[in-house]
Design a protein around this ligand. Structure first.
Ligand SMILES: [Zn+2]
Length: 99
């Protein structure tokens, strides 16, 4: 019943994009929402922008660095096997129709 939606047909208003990852080391399968990863990447990009804006304010710079590290850590978590922390995995993109 489920129609396969291709990357080209993907419409963020109608569809949900998800990565299905399978660990090459232990075989664990986990899912990660593409929108979630995009959000983290976006916040990382804006962090480096604010870092430039606050170049003369060491406190703000430190805060921006902390935010960036937190985002990196979160992205890292999504992109590593939750079981054995391996970064060696096969990735498949799944696109669903929103309910
Ligand atoms: Zn694993």
């Amino acid at each position: 019943m489920t129609k396969k939606i291709s990357e080209e047909e993907f419409d963020p208003r109608k569809h949900v994009k998800e990565f299905k990852r399978k660990c090459n080391s232990c075989g664990k399968i986990w899912h990660s929402l593409a929108s979630r990863e995009k959000e983290i990447q976006k916040s990382m990009a804006s962090d480096s922008f604010s870092q430039m804006a606050f170049c003369c304010n060491p406190g703000a710079q430190l805060q921006a660095k902390r935010n960036r590290e937190a985002s990196e850590g979160e992205l890292d978590k999504l992109r590593k096997c939750p079981e054995c922390k391996s970064g060696n995995y096969k990735e498949e993109t799944l696109i669903y129709e929103k309910k």
